[in-house]
Design a binder for this molecule. Structure first.
Ligand code: SF4
Length: 218
């Protein structure tokens, strides 16, 4: 390991946060998050032979000239920051090393006349609105449950919507307006959708504001 990286590593805290790996031209080549920055960065540069990273990561390590860290208040905040920084820098090695562990987001299919809100693990460029990603699947499921109960958006797939002859149990339980079979005013439904969007935007804003007050560069 280069001497200046060794020195820099010794000053890294054990807080959660995000790290930005840079090449010798100062270009961000990888962005990652960690619940313990010191531990994670040490695993890159000082891993014992028995725990050497995979070949692709070893190639990344040879390209690292320096790194920056951003400390966050929690792992959840680190996750959102990591996602924003990846979108901003499009680091080369985030594409190469992309793993299958995807965090949940909420997808609102606003192109449908009766949109539904679903939990997804992949954000697509499909005209839908996405909120997230979130670190905790449990918290997202709780949020989804609350929204479904309060705003009564449909829960079924679009193809099921067209083929239903009678409303499903969600209608009986009072958690869906049943646009599948009943005359549901599209304007009323749209108002509910707008409130869901406001609610979720508010949620995301709270996260972002909390983060922007606490981040700082190493
Ligand atoms: S009540 Fe109708 S619209 Fe609502 S989830 Fe069931 S099938 Fe879908």
């Amino acid at each position: 390991m280069l001497n200046h990286l060794h020195e820099k590593l010794s000053g890294v805290s054990s807080d959660p946060g995000v790290y930005l790996m840079k090449d010798k031209a100062g270009k961000v080549i990888y962005v990652g998050k960690a619940s313990n920055l010191k531990k994670r960065l040490t695993s890159y540069f000082k891993a014992p032979d028995s725990r050497k990273p995979d070949l692709k990561t070893q190639v990344l390590i040879t390209k690292i000239s320096t790194f920056d860290i951003l400390i966050t208040a929690s792992e959840q905040e680190a996750l959102i920051l990591e996602s924003n920084l990846i979108k901003r820098y499009l680091p080369r090695y985030n594409v190469i090393l992309k793993d299958d562990k995807r965090y949940p987001s909420l997808r609102l299919d606003v192109k449908n006349p009766y949109p539904c809100l679903t939990l997804v693990r992949k954000i697509a460029n499909d005209g839908a609105l996405y909120f997230g990603p979130f670190a905790s699947s449990q918290a997202v499921r709780r949020t989804l449950k609350f929204i479904n109960k309060t705003f009564k958006l449909r829960k079924c797939k679009t193809r099921d919507l067209k083929n239903r002859l009678r409303p499903c149990l969600n209608y009986q339980m009072g958690t869906c307006l049943a646009p599948c079979c009943l005359e549901v005013d599209e304007n009323l439904y749209t108002e509910n959708v707008k409130e869901v969007v406001l609610f979720l935007k508010g949620l995301m804003k709270i996260f972002t504001q909390r983060m922007s007050k606490k981040w700082f560069f190493f």
